[in-house]
Design a protein. Structure first.
Lengths: 355, 375
């Protein structure tokens, strides 16, 4: 299994006790001394903050005034380390982004690990480091957590669940059901990068490519957009699993509007497009982990586009479509050669075609 | 992307479509053989650009769709056996057998794996000497060389734990069967470009002569397809019937001789049952005597399979071009990509799935808005 980015255990400067066990054993989840050592020598130093340091049964936090948003997500990605990220970065950014597109300012996260007996501690350390790094970049604190160990063969190395709490911005009223006729649809950059980066390192399909996952926390960029366009932003979503097509279909249904996009306006990297062609996949259905879609009032569209493009994560942002009065609840694409097609929500995973 | 972007140019496409409008003076029915072409026609909306009289009939060239149900049932039975690693291309996993599909076998503990090349399945056999590795080798002439190579390698390496569940089908006998049918409506064919990249197109002139039909070797990008249709219409309007190559950047008359040599070494002609169509004589390949030991049907004696087609499914009529997908009473009701009754609703190359996914079940009024907004 390719493990780009996983450092050697020898490079990891961990205090001695953990070195007695270079791999996870059942005892690490047993609530005894081994478990405590993990907390004391791995999780605490990486995530250090006052709420966590209490090591109580629950973290006590002061989110400030206003409505709270809460979200949770589990991460089971394989391989655990991939070009452009890891399960650790994904676990933090995924929950941060779910909060951010709900109009919240993400504040606190929990992190639960389900580890498989025999999982190398060095890999766990690299994952925890990636989480700490992602949390610092996103400006969130990991304030509580849990570790369980399952017998060898009963897990896939490492699963992570994160839950997050954020404070809704004052006067905020975005929602997947608030897109309206006349809105302009923007995407913050190229689509399909994450899904194809994962594919490029999957066993049996390793292909040479420069494709990197777009895994990133979007709360900073989204805050810029909301600062500049405020209530002109009606709906936001991060198009993760199922890709852009599924996200747009969800919003079309939730808001009871039709959506129209132009195939050639949707930004796709050449490498991603090529890999998709090779495998018979459609980039519109391929996962993203660092992109957002915005539905904004037409008069604010250019402002939002400028704002996105001035942010490092939004340099490839584009206006890709609009909401017409026609065909409610349907996503229609104008093809490059000037015809129309309906884009449906897909069933399950996209399957590579035979030929 | 070189060789792709040039063939998706919107302006050139409009120009070629206009030329077809100018040339066509009467209605014509043209069949694109390959499911990949069907997918591209529907995805890009090429059929919407044609004059109303030019009707595209979607051919039987979807490997997933024409693989007989009895073989799917055999695949399910083999994949369910302990000690077997059953390998397949992705889109075969969701094809419904009489009782469930390969995904469900996997869910019940069967070791079913998606691979991207039969050669990967050979590697799995090398790495797992205590397991029987089976590759589900279906498809047209396009996928046959890689499947032939897999058994060729397995034999050379003396592997006793690799076998092929094989059901190859061939394009020329299918054209012959379609043209010989009393209900045939097809007046010209777009031959499948990728099949011809392997086989060349030397097999087609006798068919064009025998049935008096234009056959145009055609690619898969919008401009390829429009060019293929344009050339077919010009021949039809001029009363001509010969074989043309509109996919010159890939296809030569002789084809890939190296691949053809390998195919001849490994396979022999056999009658094949085509799902929904019936048995067509000499329309497929099976492993020949030298390689019979690698035939999964020989290695696994599967008996007691009860194969039963859905009574509602009209996939056969769709594959023969007798009806369009929406002409089946179950289309979009009992039968959807989520609950496919027939294979044409499974693969993205299947005509029913292409129609469903790209909204071709919607009335003109439903879609009117989409065009109007751009007018």
């Amino acid at each position: 299994m390719p493990n780009q980015g996983a450092p050697d255990f020898s490079n990891w400067s961990c205090p001695l006790p953990l070195r007695d066990y270079p791999t996870i054993v059942m005892g690490h989840g047993g609530g005894g001394k081994l478990g405590n050592e993990l907390v004391e020598h791995l999780f605490l130093p990486a995530f250090r903050n006052p709420a966590l340091e209490n090591l109580g049964d629950a973290a006590v936090i002061e989110p400030g005034s206003g409505r709270l948003a809460m979200s949770t997500d589990s991460f089971v990605v394989q391989p655990l380390f991939f070009p452009g990220g890891s399960i650790g970065a994904l676990a933090v950014n995924g929950t941060v982004n779910d909060l951010a597109v709900s109009g919240a300012d993400p504040k606190f996260l929990s992190a639960s690990f389900i580890l498989e007996e025999g999982f190398p501690l060095a890999q766990l350390a690299a994952i925890v480091e990636a989480m700490a790094d992602a949390a610092a970049k996103a400006g969130v604190r990991i304030v509580t957590g849990d570790t369980k160990v399952v017998e060898r063969g009963h897990g896939d190395g490492c699963y992570i669940n994160t839950a997050g709490v954020g404070v809704i911005r004052q006067g905020m009223s975005v929602g997947p059901n608030r897109a309206q006729v006349g809105d302009v649809v923007l995407v913050s950059g190229t689509i399909g990068d994450h899904g194809m980066a994962i594919m490029s390192v999957r066993e049996g399909l390793e292909f040479e490519s420069q494709i990197k996952s777009d895994c990133a926390a979007l709360n900073g960029m989204i805050a810029d957009v909301l600062d500049s366009a405020g209530s002109s932003v009606h709906a936001m979503r991060d198009p993760t699993r199922g890709g852009l097509a599924s996200t747009l279909n969800e919003i079309a249904t939730a808001s009871n509007v039709g959506i129209e996009i132009e195939d050639d306006k949707v930004p796709v990297r050449t490498e991603v497009q090529s890999a998709c062609e090779l495998l018979g996949l459609d980039p519109l259905y391929v996962a993203n982990e660092g992109k957002a879609v915005f539905f904004v009032a037409p008069e604010a569209a250019d402002r939002v586009l400028r704002c996105l493009r001035s942010h490092p994560l939004g340099s490839d942002a584009a206006i890709i479509g609009s909401i017409p009065v026609q065909h409610p609840r349907m996503l229609v694409a104008r093809t490059a050669i000037g015809a129309n097609r309906v884009i449906a929500t897909q069933i399950g995973e996209q399957l590579p075609r035979i030929c | 992307m070189r060789y792709l972007n040039e063939f998706r140019d919107g302006e050139v496409a409009q120009r070629m479509a206009r030329e077809i409008w100018q040339v066509a003076t009467q209605p014509w029915k043209i069949m694109e053989i390959c499911g990949g072409q069907t997918h591209s026609i529907i995805r890009n909306g090429i059929d919407q650009m044609l004059p109303p009289g030019i009707e595209m009939i979607h051919g039987p060239g979807c490997p997933v769709c024409v693989t007989p149900l009895s073989l799917i049932d055999k695949a399910l039975a083999i994949a369910a056996q302990p000690g077997v690693i059953f390998c397949s291309f992705g889109d075969m996993l969701r094809v419904p057998g009489t009782d469930g599909d390969l995904f469900q076998i996997k869910g019940r503990g069967g070791d079913v794996r998606v691979v991207y090349s039969p050669l990967h399945a050979v590697e799995l056999a090398v790495k797992n000497p205590d397991k029987q590795v089976v590759f589900f080798g279906v498809g047209f002439e396009t996928t046959a060389p890689a499947n032939a190579m897999s058994v060729h390698l397995a034999k050379r390496r003396g592997l006793r734990n690799f076998s092929l569940l094989v059901s190859h089908v061939l394009v020329p006998p299918a054209i012959e069967a379609i043209m010989s049918s009393p209900e045939n409506k097809v007046q010209a064919f777009l031959a499948a470009g990728h099949v011809c990249s392997v086989m060349g197109f030397w097999e087609y002139p006798p068919l064009a002569d025998q049935f008096g039909i234009p056959i145009v070797v055609t690619g898969f990008e919008p401009l390829d397809l429009l060019d293929g249709i344009r050339r077919a219409v010009i021949q039809l309007e001029n009363g001509e019937h010969h074989v043309e190559n509109a996919y010159e950047r890939i296809v030569t008359y002789a084809g890939n001789l190296e691949a053809q040599r390998l195919l001849a070494e490994v396979f022999e002609l056999t009658d094949r049952a085509w799902r929904g169509i019936g048995v067509i004589p000499n329309s497929g390949w099976r492993l020949n005597d030298h390689y019979r030991a690698f035939d999964a049907e020989q290695r696994f004696q599967i008996s007691g399979i009860r194969t039963e087609e859905s009574h509602l499914c009209k996939a056969g009529d769709v594959l023969r071009g007798a009806i369009k997908p929406a002409g089946c009473a179950a289309f979009g009701k009992e039968c959807t990509p989520r609950h496919p009754l027939g294979a044409t609703m499974v693969s993205s190359e299947g005509a029913c799935a292409a129609y469903f996914n790209y909204g071709r079940y919607l009335s003109a009024e439903d879609l009117a808005g989409a065009g109007a907004a751009h007018a």
